[in-house]
Design a protein around this ligand. Structure first.
Ligand SMILES: C[S@@+](CC[C@H](N)C(=O)[O-])C[C@H]1O[C@@H](n2cnc3c(N)ncnc32)[C@H](O)[C@@H]1O
Length: 228
C-alpha cells in the first residue's frame, strides 16, 4: 500500500469533516439516490435486528439510513479519520458502535447480515489488497448476507473514462467555479484509485460471492450488490 497516499486521504477527510455533508451533495451526482438504492437492496424484513457495518462511515449517513429502515439494527461504524468518526458518533449516539480503523488491515470483529460502504473503496487500489479486503468482507458476512457498495469507478476505455469525468465536471460546475473542478481533479489523480466496475465484479466473485450485480449506475458512479 502506498502509505503516503493513504495518509493524505485520511488527513483530507479529517480536515474537511465538518463541511463534508454540505459538500458531498454538490460534488457527487445523485448521492442520495445511490445510498437509497443500497438501503432498499438490503433483503431482510424491516423488523429484523439486522447486524450491519458501515465501512468508511464518514459522518454516519449510511448507518443513519440503515437505522431508519431497520429500527432494531445493530450497526458498527468504521472509519480511519477520527474527526469523521466523532461526527458519526454525535449523529448516531448509542444506536451504533464506532471503531477507528484502516480498512486495508482492519479485522472485522463480528458477523454481519449487511455490510455497506459508500465512496470509500476507490481509495483501495484494485489488486491483492482489495482482493484481501473483499475476502475479509465475505468472511465477516453471515450466509445470505449482502455487501452493498456505492463508489466512484472508471473505465478501461480511455475515451469512455474521459467522457465520464467530463460529465462529473458538468455536475460540479452547477455549484462551484471551474477552479473547484480543477482542484477536485488534482485530488482525484493523487488520492483515488477507482476500479473498472466489470473487473471489480470479477474480483468479488473470486472472493467467494455467489451473486454480484450492478444495481445503479450514472457515468463513473455506481452501486452494486454482492451476495454471500
Ligand atoms: C467520501 S467519504 C464517504 C463517507 C460516507 N461513507 C458517505 O458516503 O457519506 C470517505 C470516507 O472513507 C474514509 N476512508 C477512506 N479510506 C479509508 C480506509 N482505508 N479505512 C477507513 N476509512 C477510510 C474517510 O475517512 C472518509 O470518512
Amino acid at each position: 500500500m502506498a502509505r503516503q497516499r493513504i495518509d493524505s486521504v485520511r488527513e483530507h477527510f479529517d480536515g474537511e469533516a465538518t463541511i463534508f455533508d454540505a459538500r458531498v451533495v454538490r460534488m457527487v451526482p445523485h448521492y442520495r439516490e445511490m445510498l437509497e438504492t443500497m438501503i432498499a437492496a438490503i433483503p431482510f424484513p424491516t423488523s429484523k435486528s439486522v447486524r450491519a457495518a458501515d465501512l468508511g462511515c464518514g459522518t454516519g449517513t449510511v448507518a443513519w439510513l440503515v437505522k431508519e429502515r431497520f429500527r432494531k439494527a445493530r450497526i458498527t461504524c468504521i472509519d480511519f479519520a477520527p474527526n469523521m468518526l466523532a461526527l458519526a458518533r454525535r449523529r448516531l449516539g448509542p444506536a451504533a458502535e464506532f471503531d477507528l480503523g484502516d480498512l486495508h488491515t482492519y479485522s472485522f470483529k463480528g458477523t454481519y447480515d449487511a455490510m455497506l460502504s459508500s465512496l470509500v473503496l476507490h481509495h483501495v487500489k484494485a489488486g491483492p489488497e482489495k482482493a484481501a479486503l473483499f475476502r475479509r468482507i465475505h468472511g465477516a458476512l453471515a450466509k445470505g448476507g449482502v455487501f452493498l457498495n456505492t463508489d466512484i469507478f472508471t473505465s478501461r476505455d480511455r475515451a469512455v473514462a474521459r467522457m465520464q469525468l467530463d460529465k462529473w465536471a458538468e455536475f460540479i460546475l452547477r455549484s462551484y467555479p471551474r477552479c473547484e473542478v480543477q482542484r477536485n481533479y488534482r485530488r482525484y489523480k493523487q488520492e483515488d484509485r477507482p476500479a473498472d466496475p466489470q473487473e471489480e465484479l470479477v474480483a468479488l466473485r473470486k472472493a467467494g460471492f455467489h451473486h454480484v450485480e450492478m444495481l445503479w449506475k450514472y457515468y463513473n458512479f455506481g452501486t452494486y450488490i454482492a451476495v454471500k
